[in-house]
Design a protein around this ligand. Sequence first.
Ligand SMILES: [Ca+2]
Ligand SMILES: [Ca+2]
Ligand SMILES: [Ca+2]
Ligand SMILES: [Ca+2]
Length: 240
Amino acid sequence: MTSLNINANVLWVLLGSTLVVGCGDPIDLDVHRFACETTVDCAAGFTCEADPLSLGMVCLPVGATPATCDDGRQNGLEAGTDCGSICSVPCASGTIICASAADCESGICRDQTCIPAGCNDDVKNGTESDVDCGGSCDPCGDGGTCGSNADCDSALCTGGFCDNDSCFDNIQNANESDVDCGGRCNEDCADFKMCAKGQDCESRVCHPDEFVCVPASCDDGVRNAGETDIDCGGPCEPCE
Ligand SMILES: [Ca+2]
Ligand SMILES: [Ca+2]
Ligand SMILES: [Ca+2]
Ligand SMILES: [Ca+2]
């Protein structure tokens, strides 16, 4: 008996001239075929032919068509119907039996089954623009690859990468409340610049109706402009 290990997941065993799957139930007559050198090796009604999706010469039922990647059947060494292995199309999630990551659309073959793409699987798959980010996952950080602005937490995809200079480009973009300030930028917006919330402003005060940064004062209820406590100390009256 000669054993022939095709890959890490599927053991095929050569018994005389009979090629069988080493473990598990037979899958399909087309999937585990009989290896042969000549038709003499095959049972009655079978002929020895080269099958492009199997291990070379196999016994095929007389008149049968050799396995192909477009015959609508799982045959040859395909991981699923017309996919995986030497077929150029990878298999959808749930497909058995995959032998390697390349057999699966998601790039993940576990327990011989293609499993769906996830946002925490350390593989760039599904709609992700980079590993586990972008697309349907959380947006990518600066430097991540992207296909659109929506793939980036900076909301700026430039040249295929999430922009890491958007806070210095003289354009109001990403989630900046005004040009290069507020939002994700470290730079707070100066007085009278646009804001969405107090944290966008140097003064920490954003006008609730006009959405502009309001200059700090000694009666705005916010500790700002050098005050040592809220509205006292520094330029204001001494704190009590
Ligand atoms: Ca096929
Ligand atoms: Ca992923
Ligand atoms: Ca900017
Ligand atoms: Ca104040």
